[in-house]
Design a protein around this ligand. Structure first.
Ligand code: 13P
Length: 335
């Protein structure tokens, strides 16, 4: 495969394909495993991810790339094959989460800043050697009364831009992920408030990317959809699709090759329906696809339940969601 940033970015959003976010930190995967009563160990984490990556057919046809966690990019399958090799063998691209998580932002109660810039140049060089050709950094913006603040929006956008510049220097495509949370506290904000904040955040992020001399053709944006707070009323699929596309068109330059959404706590089917409605109903200058974590994995995790005899059932569940989202990526999913 070509090593040009532009070509990697285009491959990440190839027709009918999207990204599998399998980069849960050790703390997050532990929470996921608790839901099936499984202890999180190096081996159980490996077994789970090996099950997903060995879903050969679904990986080949639906998954352009996999976002890995630091532990996973170094791990080998039970038979000794590197997990990154299994991903490459099916024509998918290994990627890596490089941020160190969202921490309280000093001076801004209730808001966070994503850490991980120190030493990032060296870590990116190592990840490149381990096979990563794209990376992910997530900035988190929470909506509540009077928040987010300009200071938090600006500082998270600056961190995203500095991360993106270091990635491009290293020959790695940055996934720029400014997530406006659905759940926040109390999570009762309206879809229109989400629109307003998402627009503000994306305008700020692209201004910072410009100042940092980011090559837009060699990046992927990973945003939230424009959607009601988790504890508010539910807008229709059509309203979410229309408002999300309108917000993105007013903020994301056409030079960006692709936008891959996070699922952010939507149900599996909602995440698929929203993506499909956008692709079916609107002409857009960029590809619109998925980079789902929970919405691709929840059913597979449940079907697997941590039992070796359920690996095939887990893979079937994963393949089903992958296929539905692949259809949605071209607007062809029907309920
Ligand atoms: P969800 O799709 O579960 O939101 O995860 C995607 C992701 O990578 C968040 O950073």
């Amino acid at each position: 495969m070509s090593e040009r940033l532009e070509d990697i970015a285009i491959a990440m959003v190839a027709d009918g394909k999207g990204l599998l976010a399998a980069d849960e930190s050790s703390g997050t995967i532990q929470k996921r495993f608790e839901t099936i009563g499984l202890a999180s160990t190096e081996e159980s984490r490996r077994d789970y991810r090996e099950m997903l990556f060995r879903s050969e057919d679904a990986m080949k046809t639906c998954i352009s790339g996999v976002i890995l966690y630091d532990e996973t990019i170094r791990q080998s399958a039970a038979d000794g094959t590197k997990l990154t090799e299994i991903i490459k063998q099916v024509g998918s691209i290994p990627g890596i989460k490089v941020d160190a998580g969202a921490k309280p932002l000093a001076g801004f109660p209730g808001e966070t800043i994503t850490e991980g810039l120190d030493g990032l140049r060296e870590r990116l060089a190592e990840y490149y050697a381990l096979g990563a050709r794209f990376a992910k950094w997530r900035g988190v913006i929470s909506i509540s009364d009077g928040l987010p603040s300009w200071g938090a929006v600006k500082q998270n956008a600056q961190a995203l831009a500095r991360y993106a510049a270091l990635c491009q220097e290293a020959g790695i495509v940055p996934i720029v992920e400014p997530e406006v949370l659905m759940d926040g506290k109390p999570g009762t904000h309206s879809i229109d408030r989400c629109y307003e904040v998402t627009e503000w955040v994306l305008k700020t992020v692209f201004a910072e990317l410009y100042d940092a001399r980011i090559v837009l053709e060699g990046m992927i944006l990973k945003p939230n959809m424009v959607i009601d707070g988790k504890n508010a009323r539910k807008a229709s699929v059509e309203e979410v699709a229309e408002k999300t596309v309108r917000c993105l068109k007013s903020t994301v330059p056409a030079a960006v090759p692709g936008i891959a959404f996070l699922s952010g706590g939507q149900s599996d089917e909602e995440a698929t329906a929203h993506l499909s409605a956008m692709n079916a109903s609107f002409d857009m200058p960029w590809k619109l696809t998925f980079s789902y974590g929970r919405a691709l994995q929840a059913a597979a995790l449940k079907a697997w339940g941590g039992k070796p005899e359920n690996v095939a059932a887990g893979q079937r569940a994963f393949a089903h969601r992958a296929r539905m989202n692949s259809l949605a990526a071209t607007g062809g999913w029907k309920q």
